[in-house]
Design a protein around this ligand. Structure first.
Ligand code: ZN
Length: 882
């Protein structure tokens, strides 16, 4: 899955902490030892599901082949919001009995009890007639509306779709909704004759039914986990192709087929590469991808029927930016990687989610770098690693492998740790073992566990086999302990040699009570003359010698998941040489220095002086790091006059690179320049640069005659939105209302969330309480506009005043995010306390993790504000001309 629009995360905090340096050794996969709620003495092997959707509800029948391994008093399975009409159990010998269901809505289980217990061991068929709800949130079977332009004007259409991960399959059918219970599926759907139905497998039979309906039956699937089951029903166009004998199709809403060509071209390349890389061919006859004009915000890797929000999959080179093209490639590469890592070999339980998500994230970066070297993907993935490095240094972090006791809160592990830290650890291991050895290990793992489940220990086992090294010893500290190390270097010059001493300690932000852990850290050092050396830093200090006395770069090439703190002379030497360092090393030095300021290990002028040494920096990823860091400091300033001074400093700093590239694309300019332009326009607009604001407003006003250039459109809209007056607000509302594309709708909402005018913001918030947007989108926009506009107090008070309405709009699984999202922009510690106390009164104790994370983030900002705000302003004043 690719999460979007949401910074998800986990429930287990302190309980995951292990004794320093002695991670527990997780066992290899065994069905019996896999955690979960459901007893393992009844095991399903096949589901025959027949679904007849109406408007708000569906009617269904499930025939489930089960194996009762031991005498049981009752059968326990998952069911959520389903109404059972009849439950029959038929023994292999033909005896049939009726079972009485009872439900536990909180646990999302049903217990089916026979009149005469126990049920004897043996094979049975369980037949359940039932009905269920068609929701408005992407959980289970859901319905969403979208707009389509037709000759007569805009028309409303609706689609049905499913989204199961992590635990919503139980809303579509009763069953064993835990990843370890693999079974085959045979789906049948009764739908309107004119509609298209897509599922995991190819259609096997279509028969007419009365009332303009048809019954579509799909082939029997391979054995798979329930969270991968999929069904889509709607009016669709299709684009077809093939790769290595696999039939490829992309389904879109009517009229959008031509915009799927880029995704299709990428799919062909990616499937072929993975067939080769994994040494196992894609096992189904077809791979469909569905571009949904609504519903989920990201994507979901359903086996053979991947779902995307259309904004993630469609790309029209005439209307969309390079950024969109890159994002499409990245997400397709991620979801297709899951067809192996996730679908063919599935994590046994949610505590090993990183095997799915870390791997798919790592693989998508790898293939993007391989086939699109001009995109600077390596540097981008280094910047996205910061997402994890930031969260993993805080009190609320958890180990990559972390207990998930309550699967209804499994959404909490879809976070930076599973995705970005998981990917970074795999990259570190690959860099240490070498690409070839690593791939051999991955192939062994996939071959040994295909159509089965696995744990992290199984991956380590096969990497040990391939490398002849004790991989668990090397890496279990990274996956079984929370946090990561700070590698400290001190350097001296001795007889013409640089002598570097390396030590490690745990790096934390605002967490003085963190347990002191150590790791086996592979540190790559680069000397001034280009000499490289890898040292394994363990508990004791390590010393390395390099010829010549130039400054030594640690974590050279950024393959490690840790931060580096140089001693002062080495830092000064590297800082002076900043513009001559490789881009990855420049990014590392900037990011680490910024984090050291956040941690209180150095002061803000050190970071700002480093930025001053960038010279004629042209790389947009480097600038994105700088823009993000400056925004962090700027957001800490409370007084308008101080904010103004800091904004003037930011504007002057960014005017320099912007003046070199200007507003308009130039023939032959580097692809990256377009992306830098967009970042700079947006940041200059945010800092209130008059010329940029006026030009953005003029371009927005003239857009009917001169359409906005796709490469900067979102930046122009955001700046126009930020300084919107009433007519601009109305124009943006019309644009949103008339949008037939999710992309256009999202970028317009983004512009609206930037508005500064409190009166207009209030109007927008009121609009979010109506049915203008699907409920999940409305809640997202309502809870994020405070941070985006900078009017955190206004947004927070509005959400508090309408809290019952807002919570009712959110899905059950989305509810724990409402208050933390609305409060995240605060920078004073008492607001963290307020958030926690309000969250406690509205949420169950198991659903407080998101609030704790946001509160910790607010407290961190408050601590940095107290230490650094005055220094940041003083620096800005001293370094602004005029
Ligand atoms: Zn994923």
């Amino acid at each position: 899955m690719r999460i979007a629009q949401r910074s998800a995360t986990l429930l287990l905090v302190a309980a995951a902490v292990l004794s320093p340096g002695h991670p527990r050794a997780e066992p290899r996969f065994s069905f019996a030892a896999t955690p979960g709620k459901l007893p393992k003495d009844v095991v399903p092997s096949h589901y025959a599901l027949r679904i007849t959707p109406g408007t708000d509800r569906f009617e269904a029948e499930a025939g489930i082949d089960i194996d009762v391994k031991r005498p049981v008093q009752a059968i326990v399975l998952n069911a959520s919001e389903l109404t059972f009409k009849s439950v029959k159990l038929r023994a292999a010998g033909g005896d049939e009995q009726t079972l009485a269901p009872s439900f536990d809505p909180k646990q999302e289980t049903a217990t089916l009890a026979p009149a005469r217990a126990p049920i004897a061991p043996g094979r049975y068929r369980l037949d359940i007639e039932y009905s269920g709800k068609i929701g408005r949130h992407p959980q289970g079977l859901y319905r969403f509306e979208y707009k389509q332009r037709e000759p007569g004007g805009l028309v409303e259409r609706a689609m049905l779709a499913t989204h199961m991960e992590p635990v919503s399959a139980r809303k579509l059918f009763p069953g064993w909704d835990e990843p370890v219970f693999r079974a085959t599926f045979e789906l049948t759907a009764v739908v309107e004759e004119s509609l298209t139905a897509v599922s995991n497998m190819p259609q096997s039979r279509v028969e007419p039914r009365p009332g303009g309906k048809k019954e579509v039956r799909f082939e029997k699937s391979v054995p798979m986990s329930t969270y991968l089951v999929a069904l889509f029903i709607g009016e669709m166009d299709v684009l077809e192709d093939e790769a290595d004998g696999v039939r490829l199709r992309i389904y879109t809403a009517k009229g959008k087929r031509e915009r799927a060509h880029y995704a299709m071209e990428s799919t062909r390349q990616i499937v072929h590469y993975y067939n080769e890389y994994f040494g196992e061919r894609y096992p189904l006859a077809k791979l469909d991808q569905v571009a949904l004009p609504g519903g989920i915000g990201g994507a979901m890797e359903n086996w053979g029927a991947i779902a995307y929000n259309e904004a993630r999959l469609l790309y029209d080179p005439r209307r969309e930016s390079l950024r969109q093209q890159q994002a499409v490639y990245g997400i397709v590469a991620h979801e297709i990687a899951h067809q192996w890592f996730g679908n063919l070999v599935t994590m046994a339980w949610w505590d090993n989610l990183w095997l799915n998500e870390g791997f798919a994230t790592w693989m998508a970066d790898k293939i993007t770098e391989q086939f699109n070297p001009q995109w600077g993907a390596r540097l981008r993935s280094a910047l996205s690693k910061e997402w994890a490095l930031g969260e993993d240094a805080r009190r609320t972090t958890h180990a990559i492998q972390t207990p998930v006791e309550n699967d209804t809160r499994a959404t909490d592990v879809f976070d930076s740790i599973s995705y970005a830290k998981g990917a970074a650890v795999l990259r570190m291991v690959e860099a240490y073992l070498g690409e070839g050895v690593f791939r051999t290990g991955v192939r062994g793992y996939v071959r040994a566990n295909r159509f089965s489940n696995a744990t992290t220990a199984d991956l380590w086992h096969h990497l040990s086999d391939a490398s002849g090294q004790d991989i668990p010893k090397l890496v279990s500290g990274w996956t079984e302990q929370p946090g990561y190390p700070l590698v400290r270097t001190s350097q001296r010059c001795e007889n013409g040699e640089a002598v570097v001493t390396l030590t490690q300690e745990r790096f934390t932000l605002n967490d003085p009570g963190a347990s002191p852990l150590t790791w086996n850290v592979p540190v790559i050092l680069a000397g001034a003359a280009g000499a490289r050396r890898t040292l394994l830093v363990e508990r004791d200090p390590r010393v390395a010698r390099f010829p010549g006395c130039g400054a030594i770069v640690a974590n050279a090439g950024d393959s490690g998941y840790y931060r580096v703190e140089y001693d002062d002379p080495a830092f000064q030497a590297l800082s002076a040489e900043l513009k001559h360092l490789a881009p990855l090393d420049r990014l590392r030095l900037l990011s680490d220095t910024f984090a050291l300021v956040q941690a209180g290990r150095t002061e803000v002028p050190r970071y700002l002086a480093l930025v001053g040494n960038l010279g004629d920096e042209a790389d947009r990823t480097i600038w994105d790091q700088v823009i993000g860091s400056l925004r962090f400091f700027g957001d800490l300033l409370d007084k308008a006059e101080e904010k103004g001074a800091f904004d003037r400093f930011v504007a002057q700093l960014l005017q320099k690179p912007f003046s070199r590239i200007g507003w308009d694309r130039r023939p032959g300019e580097a692809a990256d320049t377009q992306l830098l332009r967009r970042s700079l326009i947006e940041a200059l607009g945010r800092a209130g640069d008059k010329a940029v604001v006026q030009e953005a407003q003029a371009r927005f006003a003239a857009r009917a005659d001169k359409p906005l250039d796709a490469s900067i459109r979102i930046a122009v809209l955001n700046v126009a939105g930020r300084y919107a007056d009433e007519p601009t607000y109305q124009a943006l509302l019309r644009r949103m209302h008339n949008a037939t594309d999710m992309n256009a709708k999202w970028e317009t909402l983004s512009a609206l969330r930037q508005m500064q005018d409190p009166r207009l913001l209030r109007q927008l918030m009121e609009l979010m309480l109506t049915d203008e947007l699907p409920p999940g989108d409305a809640v997202f926009n309502l809870t994020h506009l405070g941070s985006d506009s900078g009017q955190v107090e206004l947004g927070w008070q509005f959400v508090l005043a309408r809290l019952p309405v807002v919570l009712a709009k959110a899905s059950e699984r989305g509810r724990p995010y409402v208050l933390p999202d609305a409060a995240r922009g605060f920078t004073d510690a008492p607001r963290a306390d307020e958030l926690i106390s309000i969250a406690r009164t509205h949420l169950d104790a198991t659903a407080l993790y998101q609030a704790e994370k946001a509160a910790d983030w607010i407290r961190l900002k408050a601590a940095v504000k107290e230490r650094e705000a005055a220094r940041a302003v003083a620096w800005a004043r001293a370094h602004t001309r005029g």
